[in-house]
Design a protein around this ligand. Structure first.
Ligand SMILES: [Zn+2]
Length: 289
């Protein structure tokens, strides 16, 4: 892909509605303990009590703070939910949907291993979709690979299964269409990066692989605000926060997130769900990848 960086027309052939400078999606990966379980499985190990318990902070405590904040600032969000979370913590996922947020696919067991077959991924999607559909009454329209891992056949598979968008790539700051053999596919990619991922700043461990400490809320706020301001200045870009209730759902952090969302609202950002942005891109066009 190529495009002219002139500070005005970034995100080729696409402008956001009502002259909005930027599309913001405040998204959550509702992984609970299954993020660490899947990562340990890939290493041939299992998680200890600390990771297990910390993962459960999401459904036990953090999620309700996230939901209450979204109500307070009056925005709708997209929650990427592994099927197993929809089964283990079903009532909480029902509550997410009841409050009007989008549920999207994020693996069944948060499978993040590389090199699986197309048939294996099909089975994972079938199981995950069935769980989410049993809660919302409709199939999910969006997909984010666990740990953002997708496979060469994934975009085509998603399209065959009726998905509108994927959100796993990290390669640019705007929405684009996937393509295959020179043909543009009606599947939107909404890239996001670990720069906007709360795990990057808040995950603490003594041993994985070395001691890591946390960033302060002010540092995180500063990084995210600067990224938002710069992208909004360039125009027609997207800004996706990738959050986890077990991380951002701590009392002090949710306050920081509320401050950031209020700031973005004050700047006239278009803050909505991934589904709504994908539908807009599909209707109004954009560039291809
Ligand atoms: Zn995840």
């Amino acid at each position: 892909m190529s495009w002219l960086i002139d500070g005005k027309t970034n995100g080729p052939a696409l402008s956001w509605p009502d002259g909005k400078r930027i599309a913001v999606m405040v998204t959550f990966d509702y992984d609970a303990e299954f993020l660490r379980i899947s990562r340990a499985k890939n290493k041939g190990t299992s998680i200890g009590f600390t990771d297990y318990s910390r993962g459960q902070y999401g459904p036990h405590e953090g999620l309700v703070r996230c939901l209450d904040l979204l109500d307070t600032v009056k925005i709708k969000s997209t929650f990427f939910v592994p099927g197993i979370v929809g089964e283990t913590y079903r009532d909480t996922v029902v509550e997410i949907a009841r409050r009007g947020h989008e549920l999207a696919c994020h693996g069944y067991m948060h499978e993040s291993q590389r090199g699986i077959s197309r048939d294996e991924e099909t089975r994972i999607l079938e199981k995950s979709e069935a769980v989410l559909e049993s809660i919302t009454g409709k199939k999910p329209l969006g997909h984010r690979g666990p740990e953002s891992i997708i496979h060469p056949f994934t975009p085509e598979l998603l399209l065959e299964r009726g998905y509108l968008y994927s959100s796993s790539m990290k390669d640019c700051d705007w929405a684009y269409f996937w393509e295959k053999d020179g043909q543009v596919l009606p599947l939107v990619e909404l890239p996001c990066d670990i720069t906007m991922d709360d795990f990057t700043y808040y995950y603490f461990t003594f041993s994985d692989p070395a001691v890591r400490s946390m960033y302060t809320n002010r540092e995180v706020f500063g990084n995210w605000k600067q990224e938002f301001d710069a992208l909004a200045l360039e125009g027609n870009k997207i800004f996706i926060l990738k959050l986890h209730p077990q991380m951002i759902g701590r009392a002090s952090r949710i306050g920081m997130l509320g401050e950031l969302i209020s700031y973005m609202q004050s700047q006239g950002a278009w803050i909505t769900t991934c589904e709504e942005v994908a539908r807009y891109v599909l209707k109004h066009g954009g560039d291809k990848k």
